[in-house]
Write a protein that binds this ligand. Structure first.
Ligand code: FDA
Length: 307
């Protein structure tokens, strides 16, 4: 219930203004965001890769409403790709992009988003790395998968995110379980209607396991993106049963969540990739993190009242 309210608030401009301006917001935001600038993000990336972790970097931004903003998002990613190449980080650091930041929701948005993301994918390849397309709410899935298919014609390692909360996702997993396909499986962070998505968390978890079975049994590269210890254990068991070696799948978690577990899995020889967001447009991302764990909201509210 509280989670739904927070997810609705994540798309409200008036609440965005209040939350963004409150000085006490900052320490809570800092738990999840690696800074507002590229150099701050790179410092975090170096510290994580020095500990044996891999990363995927997200320049924060979503739901852009004009073409200029979309071009700015593209340019931020081009600068990021250039920095990864220059610093020799391409082997350990990839990039995650939200197509709504590239103009997907504008009229003619599929073509605009494709035109903006293509140079980013090219720049990633030059820097020796890849791009994964984040998945946003269910209205964007067809468009995102169509853009993914076009990108994969030239850049087959471009990754997708699939959300187990959606009824359609088992079919999407089957379609994307082939050779060379990289799929990041998540539970889903958006408020979705019952017509398209499981509403009960237990159903979302069961669907996650069914999707994992499909991906692990397939020929692609599963990226198990969850902080849920049960999902991590089940993924390990399914990987073992499918005869996958440790470099034939990976775990992923978000920056600021279960850091000790990230290091533990790395020390055990697993490949662990941390999703590192940076930038000034952190509001939507931050609110989704609060919605996932209402205890975070209590921490945030307590800091408001004890100032
Ligand atoms: P679950 O929500 O059951 O949490 C399991 C445990 O993890 C909790 O009990 C708690 O201990 C801890 N935890 C989870 N969330 C927390 C939080 N915010 N703060 C503190 N602790 C927390 N979604 C999407 O729709 N599109 C996308 O593109 C992506 N991309 C993405 C990339 C990566 C690398 C990850 C890890 C996740 C995403 N997500 C996403 C988010 C995903 O859909 C989901 O909302 C979160 O991962 C939370 O679900 P869990 O699987 O962690 O399980």
């Amino acid at each position: 219930m509280l989670g739904s309210v927070l997810l609705a608030a994540s798309r409200s401009d008036s609440i965005r203004r209040v939350v963004s301006a409150a000085p006490v917001t900052r320490p809570v935001v800092d738990r999840y965001i690696a800074g507002e600038r590229l150099d701050q993000a790179l410092t975090t990336v170096r510290s994580l890769t020095d500990q044996g972790l891999e990363v995927t970097i997200d320049h924060l931004g979503e739901d852009v409403t004009d073409r200029t903003e979309a071009l700015r998002a593209r340019d931020a990613y081009l600068a990021l790709a250039e920095a990864l190449g220059r610093e020799g980080l391409g082997k350990r650091a990839e990039m995650s992009v939200k197509l709504s930041a590239f103009g997907q929701a504008l009229p003619g948005g599929d073509d605009i988003a494709y035109a903006n993301v293509l140079p980013v994918v090219e720049a990633a390849a030059e820097a020796g790395t890849t791009v994964t397309l984040d998945m946003e709410d269910h209205t964007t899935v067809d468009s995102t998968l169509a853009i993914l298919a076009k990108l994969r014609e030239r850049f087959p390692a471009t990754g997708a995110v699939l959300q187990s909360c959606l009824y359609r996702t088992e079919d999407d997993c089957r379609a994307l379980a082939g050779e060379g396909s990289r799929v990041r499986l998540v539970k889903g962070a958006y408020k979705e209607p019952a017509s398209v998505a499981h509403q009960d968390k237990r159903e979302v978890d069961r669907a996650y396991v069914r999707c994992l079975r499909i991906l692990m049994a397939g020929k692609g590269y599963p990226m198990v993106a969850s902080h849920d210890p049960r999902m991590v254990a089940i993924a390990q068991e399914l990987a073992r049963r499918s005869g996958r070696k440790p470099d034939e799948y990976e775990f992923q978690m978000l920056y600021g969540i279960r850091g000790a577990e990230q290091r533990r899995l790395t020390a055990e020889g697993h490949r662990m990739r941390v999703y590192v967001p940076y930038g000034t447009d952190w509001y939507g991302y931050f609110m989704r993190r609060l919605a996932e764990r209402p205890a975070n909201l209590l921490f945030f509210l307590r800091s408001l009242t004890t100032r």
